[in-house]
Design a protein around this ligand. Structure first.
Ligand SMILES: [Zn+2]
Ligand SMILES: [Zn+2]
Length: 789
């Protein structure tokens, strides 16, 4: 290793060095290099309807003309067509909605605009952007939980461009709509920024909040046009339509310019097998193979980058991980050239503004060459002048991946991005299937407004804002909503009168936009009484049983006591040398089949299921080696969950014909189930923790070998339904993830799961591929799967 000379090398030199490292290894860790050429921007002239004052304001800001996609979306919105603009990071989506919205405000002195963002930081950023335009009589204002009381009245009466979030809409604006009458009467546009963040249970709630907004607005005589901005995704128009309940057109062609990017996919090598002593039997057992840790690989690559003089940012998923990478990199550099380690730092949320600015400045000046960061950087922070980005582990969605990769590239110059796979089937799949990263996206944002656990509470909110008429129920889901409203009458929650359904209770319904009933469990630090966070009741037994190691923002705690009656887990900070893994016993029973495909020896189903689960014990495993220290019993009650599942069955004869022996069947199905859960986030924006599964060689309800994958939230959140709709694609990717992993008998990168309630036993990797081949062959002979609802 050599010191840094004054002439720094660019991304090309760094890639060259990384490739040299790759050829030195037995199996090159670089699985793919994609060169994305530079793209020249394509502008359009200002739409003829643009108000001259608005156009001039943009021109003064240095925007001579809009990009074509901005003009296309803006013109659709101006005509009153609901539109979603789904283009890449930094493609200038804001102009697409600002242009029609601000023109409307200029033309009609009484018109108003409502802007919704998922975070306060983003709303603040937008506010600055609009204020900078210096337009008269717009009076943009943010309205959130931090807005002082005395300012609220002024904002309500005078602001014409209100920036807020779905929570405020739900808790404040809609319940108090009478006071917002003036604003709502002339509401011309509703802008929904970063709409891909409204997914799962939260997204399903937000979908109803938007329907409530449309209903209330129409009572005041307005029917605003919706303009949505989204990251690129599999079906932006479909998702936006589901979210708003309106037909939405999508604009997806990105016409903004960008510099050339080289994107490398990197898979850490498998380590030689190790062995350990089983504590129960004292026998020497071979531990499952593991790959070199993605954190170590990332710190090696970061050290290479610093030596090459390339300004590089490494994204790490946890705060602790970011600290580890920074420390390892500094140590390696100091060993090579004393003092060189000083040119690397860690960066994370929670730093003071001043410290952050200092780091930003040092990076810009070149004093600092390497930075290890959590994704806290994704929003709101300005880091420019980077040459390369290392992404340690797939960040969960394509939107995040490209947002992180987009950090590299100085003023249109060349940039390098490297995705380093973690031990996870999805990461394994991606580094072996570049088309999934660089081709047309298949990942869709899913939500399910029909979820009864969301629909019921939301109907109560709507009824408390104004009685629900039959026409209103059409808006909230038609027959399903009527049935739900009648159910609420039966429970004594709503009252039915000839004019509609009434909320007759004192006060407002108490509805949490992120929940499906049941209070979350509070995680409290025992010594200080400080509330660290909350955990969904459904995950609390698995994550917060006494003795569990619980990570909060990268800091490690150990649970002293889980009090289910009071919904509190008491914890203390501790970083033990082990991790904990809960074991549970799960049963699934089929309640109702909604839809199915009869594919000969294979059946594919979507339906309602009851899942009962009991966490019975937990294992402690040594960090690093994974060695099992011991298994400890737990005394927790059975939990029940009514949810939506997708499942497939395979006839035993077809399995035997495919070479899966009955004795290997449980392991084969279990391995297929794990990998299937791991790959579902490729098709739907969810976390593998949002879903659960069960596999069995003979299920009492299906009377066949069966694999179930279910939504982990009561009533379902759309994940299982999406899996059913794209079953062939999903299971093909699952099969590929398993077969492309270089391990012999299964590892965390393919069929092992960190959340397995059976301690990853039994698992049969080769058998899983055979099972999936049978399923895929049968599904291939089928016409398209009937779509849902
Ligand atoms: Zn493997
Ligand atoms: Zn399992």
């Amino acid at each position: 290793m050599q010191g840094v000379t004054s002439t720094a090398f660019g991304p090309a030199e760094l890639l060259h060095r990384l490739q040299a490292r790759g050829t030195a290894a037995a199996v090159s860790p670089i699985t793919h290099v994609e060169r994305i050429p530079a793209r020249a921007g394509r502008t359009a002239s200002w739409p003829t309807w643009t108000e001259p004052t608005v156009r001039d304001a943009f021109v003064t800001q240095g925007i001579a003309e809009p990009w074509q996609h901005q003009a296309a979306a803006a013109s659709l919105a101006w005509e009153g067509t609901h539109v979603v603009l789904a283009t890449g990071t930094a493609s200038g989506k804001s102009l697409g909605y600002q242009l029609p919205a601000l023109s409307a405000l200029a033309r009609d002195p009484k018109a108003t605009v409502l802007y919704l963002s998922p975070t306060k930081a983003l709303a603040a950023d937008q506010l600055r952007g609009i204020a900078r335009l210096g337009l008269d009589d717009v009076r943009p204002a943010t309205y959130d939980g931090d807005t002082p009381r005395e300012e609220r009245d002024w904002i309500r009466q005078h602001s014409r461009f209100l920036l807020t979030n779905p929570d405020m809409l739900h808790h404040a604006l809609l319940p108090g709509h009478a006071r917002w009458g003036v604003f709502l009467r002339r509401l011309s546009y509703v802008v929904i920024d970063e709409c891909h963040t409204y997914r799962g249970v939260f997204g399903s709630h937000v979908a109803h909040v938007l329907r409530r907004l449309r209903r209330v607005a129409s009572r005041y005589g307005s029917s605003p046009t919706f303009v949505l901005a989204s990251a690129t995704s599999g079906d932006p128009a479909g998702t936006a339509a589901r979210l708003t309940g309106l037909p939405v057109r999508a604009v997806t062609e990105d016409t903004s310019p960008r510099g050339p990017v080289t994107f490398a996919l990197w898979e850490p090598p498998l380590l030689p097998p190790a062995s350990s002593t089983d504590p129960d039997t004292d026998f020497e057992v071979e531990l499952p193979p593991i790959r070199r840790s993605a954190l170590r690989e990332t710190s090696d690559l970061l050290a290479d980058a610093v030596v090459a003089g390339t300004r590089t940012l490494a994204f790490i998923r946890s705060r602790r991980g970011a600290e580890v990478v920074a420390t390892l990199t500094r140590r390696a550099l100091d060993e090579a050239v004393p003092g060189l380690g000083d040119r690397v730092a860690a960066y994370r949320a929670g730093y003071l503004r001043e410290d952050r600015r200092k780091i930003e400045r040092s990076l810009l000046s070149g004093e600092l060459l390497g930075l290890a960061s959590t994704n806290a950087l994704e929003l709101g922070v300005d880091l420019v002048g980077l040459d390369a980005v290392l992404i340690c582990g797939y960040p969960g969605t394509r939107a995040s991946l490209w947002q992180q990769a987009g950090r590299a590239g100085r003023a249109g110059g060349e940039a390098l991005a490297v995705l380093i796979a973690r031990d996870d089937p999805l990461d394994t799949y991606l580094v072996h299937h570049p088309e999934a990263v660089f081709g047309h996206p298949v990942e869709a944002t899913v939500l399910d407004p029909q979820n009864p656990y969301v629909l019921g509470p939301q109907l109560c909110c709507a009824a408390s804002e104004a009685p629900l008429t039959p026409a209103d129920l059409e808006l909230f889901g038609g027959e399903t909503a009527v049935a739900a409203a009648l159910g609420l009458v039966e429970q004594g929650v709503l009252r039915r009168r000839p004019s509609g359904f009434y909320w007759t209770h004192r006060g407002r319904p108490d509805v949490d936009l992120r929940g499906t009933g049941g209070s979350p469990v509070a995680v409290v630090e025992q010594a200080t009484g400080r509330l660290l966070g909350t955990v969904d009741p459904g995950s609390s037994h698995m994550m917060l049983h006494s003795g569990a190691v619980y990570l909060h923002q990268g800091v490690s705690y150990v649970v002293d006591d889980l009090d289910l009656e009071d919904g509190i887990a008491l914890v203390h900070p501790e970083e033990p040398d082990w991790t904990t893994h809960a074991r549970d016993v799960t049963n699934v029973s089929v309640v109702d089949v909604r839809s199915y495909v009869d594919a000969g020896p294979v059946g594919l189903f979507l339906g309602e299921v009851d899942v009962t689960g009991q966490v019975v014990s937990y294992q402690r495993r040594r960090i690093g080696s994974g060695e099992i220290i011991d298994t400890r019993p737990l005394d927790l009650p059975v939990r029940e969950l009514r949810t939506v599942a997708v499942w497939f069955t395979v006839s035993p004869d077809a399995l035997v014909a495919a070479g899966v022996e009955p004795a290997d069947l449980p392991g084969a199905l279990h391995a297929a189930e794990h990998a299937g859960i791991g790959l579902l986030p490729l098709m739907a924006t969810c976390d593998r923790w949002d879903i659960g599964g069960l596999s069995t060689a003979n299920h009492p309800d299906t009377e066949a070998p069966t694999v179930f994958v279910y939504d982990g939230h009561p009533g379902g959140a759309g994940f299982a339904e999406r899996a059913y709709g794209v079953a062939a694609e999903w299971l093909r990717a699952t099969r590929e993830a398993i077969s492309s992993c270089g391990c012999e008998t299964g590892c965390p990168s393919c069929v092992q799961s960190p959340k397995c309630g059976n301690g990853n036993n039994p698992l049969d990797k080769a058998g899983a591929v055979r099972v999936l081949d049978v399923v895929l062959a049968a599904l291939a002979d089928q016409p398209a799967i009937p779509s849902q609802k």
